[in-house]
Design a protein around this ligand. Structure first.
Ligand SMILES: CC(C)(COP(=O)(O)OP(=O)(O)OC[C@H]1O[C@@H](n2cnc3c(N)ncnc32)[C@H](O)[C@@H]1OP(=O)(O)O)[C@@H](O)C(=O)NCCC(=O)NCCS
Length: 163
């Protein structure tokens, strides 16, 4: 099985949203019930997808808050593909994209212990916690663990089949 990593295209939106919905992290529009959603959109230009043939099996995105600070967003891999390096390949593509745009620090918010451990194992450090604004992500976890990654520690080389 060969996994291809490439930039998201607008036509990927429906399968990307389905994948994010699996993890309960699909963006939603503001409403009376949820005036300030945790996520309101997937920024296509900031997003990479993983494909097995034509099927989208992973997604990873970011939001750039300032010239040097970006937030990791919308990370999800199809459970049928876990443990095959899909998350690693996506994270690498997005990290290089961020650095190419001048980002120095990635901040991420994560809730599931296995995802937090995955991020810590890949160089992120825990810097705090914040309460969730509404039910999002793991339904039984009410707070985000905030992590940071210093992009200056990323090796220069890039070995990806992404466009
Ligand atoms: C975390 C995640 C991106 C990892 O993707 P992946 O493609 O399975 O990971 P990789 O193959 O690159 O790496 C495998 C590692 O992930 C770990 N892992 C984390 N969650 C896992 C899961 N649910 N199933 C299998 N392995 C998992 C494995 O133990 C393995 O660790 P190791 O390298 O230290 O041995 C993926 O499990 C996922 O989408 N989780 C939900 C994301 C989420 O919570 N998003 C919202 C907030 S950030």
């Amino acid at each position: 099985m060969t996994i291809a990593i490439r930039r998201m295209q607008p036509s990927d939106l429906a399968p990307v949203m389905r994948l994010l919905a699996h993890w309960n992290i699909a963006p939603l529009a503001p409403s009376r019930e949820v005036p300030v959603p945790e996520r309101t959109e997937v920024i296509v230009d900031n997003t990479y997808v993983a494909l097995d043939d034509e099927q989208i099996v992973g997604v990873c995105s970011f939001i750039q808050h300032s010239p040097h600070l970006a937030e990791g967003a919308s990370l999800g891999v199809d459970p049928a593909y876990h443990g095959r390096g899909v998350g690693d390949q996506l994270a690498l593509a997005v990290r290089h994209e961020m650095r190419a745009r001048g980002v120095r620090t990635i901040r991420s918010e994560s809730d599931r212990p296995e995802t937090i451990n995955w991020l810590v194992g890949r160089g992120h450090r825990i810097v705090g916690t914040v309460p969730k604004r509404h039910a999002f992500g793991a339904p039984d976890i009410g707070q985000w663990t905030v992590l940071e990654f210093d992009l200056d520690t990323l090796p220069e080389s890039r070995d990806l089949n992404s466009g």
